[in-house]
Design a protein around this ligand. Structure first.
Ligand code: GTP
Ligand code: SPV
Ligand code: MN
Length: 615
């Protein structure tokens, strides 16, 4: 430890040894302590004893509220500052040397300017507070695909969440050894004032500075900041992909396993899909969760794309989660879970809109106010209320979820939340066309980020808020990956969220019924089911999609799967504007894909290719 004036407290388990032996780490911690000037420094070891001590302290300080321990053992409620309930994209910056490296879709700040600006805010920011040093590993311990990070934070809530979301503590330090190769993350809640809130990423320094927030993706630095923004940059330089994707194993009744990765934007159904229980018609089929939010994918020795889940827990959307929609999630969050911004019942249980059972007459809402079913017009839980739960609680956790080599991916799915235009499912002709699908993805905004909800925006690969470098170069990286892959995954686009034009309701029942679509995808990936070629891609023929026992009008299914030339033309026009932003960084192959697509549509319009042609 280098000399410095701050008294140092270490967790008991680490007492026999010096707290940190890695000279690079101790030097950096000393520098950050000199900057933030905490009263005390605690090195987190990840032990049970430490968890108990910090939980007790959090309860004493009102950071956590104990829930009914009979009903929900080991579970606690946290209420965030009402001004701090989601990711803040407008305050998130990529601090590369040049603005061009960050690209047109990211906010940019010059590194020196960002260090200076945030440095002033960090200066003395932990006076009277404790600085926690949290070592963690993203990915299975000792996997060649994993990365170590260290987050310095003044928030016990962050420490307890990181403990669930990542392999945290001594094991991560052991993996790091004396290496200097670790992500340096600094976080201070400050006074939680949006005017002093900045989430800055320095990909070229493998560094993250986050200040002024205490919520989710802004502060659990292993997740979106390291695993996606910094990760995507590392992926570009090291030849792999960091993606906003769930990873699932699909097991047939015969025991055949097919791995699928799927990118849906925030709050568009990844957790639900990753834990899905197929409906009755598909008895014998099983879904196994490898990950629910992030995939790191690399080409393996065998030439296949292999994926690991860098995370260790789920930071999932609570509203809408029920035994009806996602029973596996309900079981996962029954113990050892931190709930954020949900409502509280009289007997210490949690509640949110869309939970099973009767709506309670009275509640304490997410802000801590009295709420009544009859009198209150506002939602009792915040729409972006979340649970933090260990993945080992998941009854359908894949037994390969910790495989250091990763699971081989046979299909990649891109999906958005789209009321119109995008059909239930469509398969790309080939890898390049699939990358075009991903790059063209659009979706309605959700409560997962602050700002207006329900506006369609381009969200390529569901990575718009998470790509740590120029997105044009990111598209090129995706295209170039094909060179190394011998068995390229088949690529699909799905939309569970198309709405009936008359009544505005979702046309497709979704959730467990998505197995019908997934089965076609798996069979297509294994080259054993038919399809109809359209100008857009391959779609299922009438008999290809198993709809038996589905309790909805067949007209609705027709509508959900229909493709309309004029709607797609408009879609491609908005894609043109978006692509134009990237200038010379846009790979020509993608622009040509768009032009060929448009040309095919124009050709068919001359012959009145009709909407009846959906199957
Ligand atoms: P992030 O954690 O923000 O990345 O979200 P996510 O992609 O994991 O989304 P999640 O599975 O939590 O679902 C978000 C919302 O979409 C919830 O309210 C779900 O109930 C709803 N949802 C999920 N799947 C479906 C579906 O198949 N159909 C419909 N209609 N809604 C769905
Ligand atoms: C998302 O917004 O995609 C999330 C939640 O998974 S957060 O961790 O806040 O980014
Ligand atoms: Mn997410």
């Amino acid at each position: 430890m280098s000399t410095q004036s701050h008294p140092i407290a270490v967790s008991s388990a680490a007492q026999e040894k010096p707290a940190i032996q890695n000279p690079h780490l101790s030097k950096w911690v000393a520098e950050m302590a000199d900057l933030c000037k905490p009263d005390k420094i605690v090195f987190c070891d990840g032990s049970e004893e430490e968890k108990k001590r910090l939980t007790d302290e959090a309860v004493e300080k009102g950071v956590l509220i104990p829930l009914n321990q009979q009903k929900l053992p080991g579970c606690y409620l946290h209420r965030s500052n009402p001004n701090d309930v989601a990711r803040v994209e407008q305050l998130t910056f990529i601090c590369t040397q040049t603005k061009e490296q960050a690209g047109p879709t990211n906010n940019w700040m010059a590194p020196n300017e960002a260090y200076a600006k945030l440095g002033k805010l960090f200066d003395g920011s932990m006076k009277g507070r404790t600085m926690y040093v949290v070592p963690y590993c993203m990915g299975p311990l000792n996997s060649p695909l994993s990365k170590v990070g260290v987050e310095i934070t003044d928030s016990i809530y962050v420490v307890l969440n990181m403990r669930i979301m990542a392999r945290m503590g001594r094991a991560a330090l052991d993996m790091l050894g004396n290496s200097n190769d670790f992500n340096r993350g600094l976080h201070c809640t400050l006074d939680c004032n949006p005017d002093r809130r900045f989430i800055c990423h320095f990909p070229q320094d493998n560094t993250i500075w986050s200040i002024g927030s205490g919520y989710g993706g802004n502060v659990l630095l292993g997740k979106k900041c390291l695993a996606l923004r910094i990760g995507s940059y590392l992926g570009k330089t090291e030849g792999w992909l960091a993606e906003h994707m769930l990873i699932m194993g699909v097991e047939s009744p015969e025991g055949e396993m097919t791995y699928v990765a799927a990118a849906f934007p925030s709050a568009c159904g990844k957790t639900n899909f990753a834990m899905m229980i197929p409906t009755e018609r598909f008895r014998g089929w099983k879904i196994w969760t490898v990950g629910d939010d992030i995939a790191w994918m690399r080409v393996g020795e065998d030439g296949r794309l292999r994926a690991i889940n860098p995370e260790f827990g789920y930071f999932g959307v609570a509203p809408g989660t029920s035994f009806k929609s996602n029973p596996n999630a309900m079981k996962t969050i029954a113990k050892d879970t931190i709930y954020t911004n949900v409502a509280l019942t009289k007997d210490g249980d949690v509640w949110w809109e869309g939970k099973d059972g009767e709506i309670p007459e009275e509640l304490t809402d997410w802000k801590g106010n009295h709420w009544t079913k009859k009198g209150s017009t506002e939602k009792a839980a915040h729409p972006n209320a979340r649970f933090t739960a260990p993945s080992k609680n998941n009854p359908v956790l894949s037994r390969f979820s910790e495989d250091p080599e990763g699971v081989p991916i046979s299909a990649i799915i891109f999906g958005g939340r789209r009321a119109t235009t995008i059909p239930l499912v469509i398969q790309a002709f080939n890898w390049t066309h699939g990358v075009f699908f991903g790059a063209s993805l659009g979706s309605e905004t959700t409560a997962a980020a602050t700002g207006q909800v329900g506006i369609v925006r381009r969200d390529p690969m569901a990575m718009l808020p998470f790509c740590g470098y120029n997105m044009g170069d990111y598209f090129a990286h995706w295209l170039e990956m094909q060179a190394e892959i011998t068995n390229a995954p088949k690529v699909f686009m799905v939309n569970w969220f198309r709405r009936n034009k008359e009544n505005g309701k979702f046309m497709w029942p979704g959730f467990g019924e998505n197995m019908r679509v997934l089965k076609w995808i798996v069979d297509r990936a294994r080259l054993r089911v038919g399809g109809q070629e359209t100008p857009f891609g391959w779609v299922p023929k009438a008999d290809d999609l198993d709809l038996s026992g589905l309790d909805i009008d067949s007209d609705l299914v027709d509508e959900a799967t229909a493709v309309d030339l004029d709607e797609w033309k408009a879609e491609l026009e908005s894609g043109k504007e978006f692509f134009a932003k990237f200038g010379e960084h846009l790979p020509e192959a993608l622009d040509l894909q768009r032009k060929m697509f448009l040309a095919r549509i124009d050709t068919l319009k001359k012959r009145k290719w009709g909407a009846h042609h959906h199957h």
